[in-house]
Design a binder for this molecule. Structure first.
Ligand code: 1GP
Length: 235
């Protein structure tokens, strides 16, 4: 089970890395080159998803990625149309930082009949959008405001509430292409307060930032834009 592997890695202090592929930005013909670069990278997972993607070619993208890499593929969906039975699992997200019922429960309800017809491992994930300087796609699409980066206690309290509700992962998100990544003090505070694995992503553009996030307490770092913009990012 993927979740058990993540928990085991956390226990052993082994840090995890996900490369996020936005299906909107992938050209099918270039997937083998992309997959080759992913194979050479330190990535332990591939996440597939985006805020606005409507599901075109999703199965095909995942099938091709699976042909060319051995990494587990987890869906990171912005809405129920982004579900593919071809993946290995799904981050079943609840946008805990916002107060939009669609992203707290409605999309999840609508996803049930689709998920019941798949064998995807479903991993309940509390998703917290943190203020990062500019308006991000998550903010625009979900029509919610991020949590203030300065109210660290409220952020970690929200993360802990997610854990108490039953979220098996907590994901601190600055937003794709964010001006500023999630501050290290926020990562540290949340990681000290929760017991479940902590994912951090958004606006991380250098290897040093990845290392710093791990040192602050992230168990898994997500890289999207940096790899999208430079396929040699991990070389
Ligand atoms: C976005 O956290 C991910 O949901 C990754 O963000 O594209 O900025 O790496 P970047």
């Amino acid at each position: 089970m993927l979740y058990d592997q993540i928990v085991k890695a956390k226990k052993q202090g082994e840090k995890l890395l996900a490369i996020l592929i936005d299906p909107d930005k992938v050209v099918l013909e270039t997937i083998s080159v992309l997959a080759g670069k992913i194979r050479q990278s330190p990535a332990t997972y591939i996440f597939v998803g985006g805020s606005s993607f409507e599901g075109n070619h999703l199965d095909e993208i995942i099938i091709r990625l699976k042909e060319k890499t051995n990494l587990p593929i987890l869906l990171f969906p912005g809405n129920p149309s982004q579900i593919s039975a071809e993946a290995d699992g799904i981050l079943f997200l609840q946008l805990l930082s916002g107060r939009n019922p669609d992203f707290l429960i409605e999309h999840q309800i609508n996803a049930v009949p689709i998920l019941e017809n798949t064998k995807l491992e479903i991993i309940s994930t509390g998703y917290l959008l943190i203020e990062s300087g500019n308006e991000t796609a998550v903010e625009r699409v979900s029509q919610t405001k991020p949590l203030s980066k300065d109210n660290i206690n409220y952020i970690s309290q929200t993360a802990k509430a997610g854990e108490f509700i039953g979220n098996k992962l907590i994901y601190l998100e600055a937003g794709s292409g964010a001006q500023n990544a999630v501050p290290l003090e926020v990562i540290q505070n949340v990681s000290e307060r929760i017991s479940v694995p902590l994912l951090v992503g958004g606006g991380i553009r250098s290897k040093k930032q990845i290392e710093d996030a791990y040192k602050a307490g992230a168990d898994l770092v997500v890289i999207g834009t940096a790899f999208e913009n430079d396929i040699n990012f991990f070389d």
